[in-house]
Design a protein around this ligand. Structure first.
Ligand SMILES: Nc1ncnc2c1ncn2[C@@H]1O[C@H](COP(=O)(O)OP(=O)(O)OP(=O)(O)O)[C@@H](O)[C@H]1O
Length: 255
């Protein structure tokens, strides 16, 4: 089966600095994939290359088997939605207006939202618990609230692929757990969900695959239970760690 998203022998350099080497990956619809790695490992860079926002120095990225180099930005945005790591609110758009922007790739720029658009926007607002603040300007929201607005906008794009850079950062504990369950549901509905994380515990019971980026290469790729253990975590983060398993979950601590 043609992967929904793949890359073939990607390398990336920022000027002389090599960030990624020999990265070959294939993702299928329905997967929920977490990317782990230390600060500066190249996680955000990898996501931005897969999104076509950065061109790899070497290698190719394919969306449904077609090279991103041969696709227009709007075509890509109909298939790939992105939630970046940070997002300042520079303009006083309301929450609802922000989420409505997510419809542009599907419905066009100079287009009044159709009843179908409205239903998608309402559903995105509902699923992120934003209905009560739909008319508030984004410039007046807290960091976590803004994060949920950006998530709702990505959802309103109705893409097959959702790529999120540290999506749980800034969310309160309840919203973190709800978002993880929600992302898992989206994957179960047939989307590809790819996200970076600094907390390995988030992967267990949610992601069905984890990628570990180390020194610019994929050091491990597999099911969390098979790949992420105390030995890997201790070596990766240079701290002494032990683990406790509980059902599908695994917890790490300093002994
Ligand atoms: N615009 C840039 N110019 C030069 N170097 C950059 C640039 N952006 C990132 N880098 C470098 O590339 C490397 C990878 O950065 P990247 O943001 O992909 O890491 P990351 O794994 O997402 O890190 P974090 O966990 O801190 O978010 C880092 O060493 C960083 O300093």
């Amino acid at each position: 089966m043609t992967p929904v998203l793949s890359c073939d022998d990607i390398a990336f350099r920022y000027r002389q600095r090599s960030v990624l080497r020999h990265v070959t990956l294939a993702f299928q619809a329905g997967e929920m994939v977490g990317v782990l790695g230390v600060n500066g490992a190249g996680k955000s860079t990898l996501l931005r290359i897969l999104l076509g926002l950065l061109a790899p120095t070497e290698g190719y990225v394919f969306l449904n088997g077609v090279s991103l180099k041969n696709m227009r930005r709007t075509e890509i945005a109909r298939e790939l939605a992105y939630v970046p790591q940070t997002h300042a609110a520079n303009f006083p758009f309301t929450v609802e207006q922000m989420v409505t922007l997510g419809r542009i790739p599907q419905s066009g720029l100079n287009h009044r939202p159709s009843p179908e658009d409205r239903a998608v926007i309402d559903s995105a607002l509902d699923r992120l618990g934003l209905q009560g603040m739909a008319q508030r300007p984004c410039t007046e929201l807290s960091g976590g609230e803004r994060q949920r607005v950006v998530l709702a906008r990505a959802l309103a794009q109705e893409t097959r692929v959702l790529i999120l850079d540290e999506p749980l950062t800034g969310l309160d504990y309840g919203h973190q757990l709800r978002l993880l369950a929600f992302l898992r549901d989206l994957a179960a509905e047939g989307k590809l969900v790819l996200f970076t994380s600094h907390r390995p515990e988030e992967l267990f019971g949610h992601a069905n695959r984890v990628l570990v980026l180390q020194d610019g290469e994929i050091a491990a790729d597999g099911a969390p239970g098979e790949v992420v253990d105390a030995a890997l975590m201790s070596a990766l983060y240079n701290v002494d760690l032990a683990q406790i398993d509980h059902g599908a979950h695994r917890f790490f601590f300093s002994p």
